[in-house]
Design a binder for this molecule. Structure first.
Ligand SMILES: NC(=O)c1ccc[n+]([C@@H]2O[C@H](COP(=O)([O-])OP(=O)(O)OC[C@H]3O[C@@H](n4cnc5c(N)ncnc54)[C@H](O)[C@@H]3O)[C@@H](O)[C@H]2O)c1
Length: 329
C-alpha cells in the first residue's frame, strides 16, 4: 500500500484524491492551506488532513506527493518532495517560468524517484491509440497539424474569477491553463514545437482580463501547425487533425474517438473507445503513476516533456505580447 499526499485539495486535488482512493492501491492524505476546505474534503473522503506541508511531514513519510496547487508553487513543492524522497505527480502547467527548472531537475535526479506531470491527455485511450497508429508510419510522415478546441469555461469552472486563472503569474489565461493541454498532446503525437507565432486577446469572459481566445501558427520541426481556442464558445470540443503523406488522422476528445482516412477514401474510419467517465480517465492516470512508482513503463508525461511544453507556454505569451514569432530552443 503506497502512502500518497495530495497537496492542494481544490478542484483537481479533490478529483485526484477520489481517483487515487479508487485505485485501491494506496492510502491517501491531503494538505491544503485553506483550513475550512481541508476539513470538508478530509471528512468527505475520510482522509487525514494537514494545513501545511510542514505539519504533514512532521514525523511522517509519504511515498509520493501529488502536487495540485497553482502553477507558480509547483516546483518549490516538488523540490521539498524530492528532498523527502517522494515520487512526484505534478499538475500542469509545470510552472510559469523556466527559472526553477534546473534546480528542480537536479533535486529529482538526486532523489531518483519516479516523476510525472499530469497532462491527462496521455491517459486518454483514443489519443494513445492514434499515437500508436502514427508511430507505425502507415500514413508516412506528418506534414500538417491543426487543433480546434474550446468550451464555455464559466459553465465548466464557475469559480474562474476567484482562482489562479485570473493572472498569468499564477498560471492563468487560456494559453497556460487550457491550450497547454492540446500543445502537450500534439508534442506527444508529432514531436516538440520549435516555433510559435501567437495572437491572443480577452474577448468575452466577465470579471477577468487574461486572454480567453488564442490563434497560433507554429512549427513542430518540419510539420506546419495551427491552433485555435476560445473559452467562451458554445461547443465543448477538442479536435486535432494530422495530415500525413498518405492519409490523415483526426482525434475528437469529448467524443472519445479517433479516425483515419487514407488517400482515396471517401470518409473517416472511426475507432471509438468504450465511453469513459472523467474520473475513470484520472483513475487510469493514478494507476499509471503507481505503476511508474513500482518501476513499470508508463505513457505519462515526463518532466522533460512538460518542460518543453512550458517553453511553449512562455514563448506563446511572449509572442502575444510582442507581436513577433518566437523560436523555441
Ligand atoms: N489536469 C487537469 O485537467 C486540471 C484541471 C484543473 C486544474 N489543473 C491544474 O491543477 C492546479 C490546481 O488547480 P485547481 O483548479 O485545483 O485550483 P484550486 O484553486 O481549485 O485549488 C488549489 C488549492 O491549492 C491550495 N493551496 C495553494 N497553495 C498551497 C500551499 N502552498 N500548500 C497547500 N495548499 C495550497 C489552495 O488553498 C486551493 O485549495 C493548477 O496548476 C491547474 O492548472 C489541472
Amino acid at each position: 500500500m503506497h502512502s500518497i499526499l495530495i497537496i492542494g485539495c481544490g478542484s483537481i486535488g479533490e478529483r485526484h484524491l477520489r481517483c487515487f482512493q479508487t485505485t485501491g492501491r494506496c492510502a491517501v492524505s491531503v494538505c491544503d492551506a485553506n483550513a475550512k476546505l481541508l476539513a470538508e474534503v478530509s471528512q468527505r473522503y475520510n482522509a487525514p488532513g494537514f494545513t501545511s506541508l510542514k505539519e504533514a511531514l512532521a514525523g511522517r513519510h509519504f511515498d509520493a506527493f501529488v502536487i495540485c496547487t497553482p502553477a507558480h508553487t509547483h516546483l518549490a513543492i516538488a523540490r521539498e518532495g524530492a528532498a523527502h524522497g517522494a515520487a512526484l505527480l505534478i499538475e500542469k502547467p509545470l510552472a510559469v517560468t523556466l527559472d526553477e527548472i534546473a534546480a528542480t531537475r537536479s533535486a529529482i535526479a538526486s532523489s531518483a524517484r519516479f516523476t510525472a506531470v499530469a497532462y491527462v491527455f496521455h491517459s486518454f485511450p483514443w489519443v494513445a491509440a492514434a499515437r500508436d497508429f502514427l508511430q507505425r508510419g502507415t500514413f508516412g510522415r506528418p506534414l500538417h497539424a491543426s487543433v480546434n478546441a474550446g468550451q464555455h469555461f464559466p459553465t465548466f469552472r464557475p469559480a474562474y474569477r476567484e482562482i489562479y486563472y485570473t493572472r498569468h503569474a499564477t498560471g492563468g489565461g487560456a494559453i497556460q491553463d487550457a491550450l497547454t493541454h492540446l500543445v502537450n498532446a500534439m508534442e506527444w503525437l508529432i514531436g516538440p514545437m520549435t516555433r510559435v507565432f501567437c495572437d491572443a486577446a480577452h474577448q468575452r469572459l466577465d470579471g477577468v482580463t487574461v486572454e480567453d481566445t488564442v490563434n497560433i501558427t507554429a512549427r513542430h520541426g518540419s510539420v506546419l501547425a495551427s491552433y485555435a481556442m476560445t473559452q467562451f464558445q458554445a461547443p465543448n470540443e477538442a479536435t486535432m487533425q494530422i495530415h500525413c503523406e498518405h492519409g490523415s488522422i483526426r482525434i475528437e476528445s469529448p467524443a472519445q474517438r479517433w479516425g483515419s482516412m487514407k488517400l482515396g477514401d471517401q470518409d473517416w474510419t472511426w475507432h471509438p473507445t468504450a465511453p469513459l467517465e472523467r474520473d475513470e480517465l484520472f483513475t487510469a492516470q493514478a494507476n499509471a503513476f503507481l505503476d511508474g512508482m513500482e518501476g513499470q513503463a508508463t505513457a505519462l508525461c515526463t518532466f522533460d516533456e512538460a518542460v518543453q511544453t512550458l517553453r511553449f507556454n512562455c514563448a506563446a505569451l511572449e509572442s502575444a505580447a510582442t507581436g513577433l514569432p518566437i523560436d523555441i530552443s
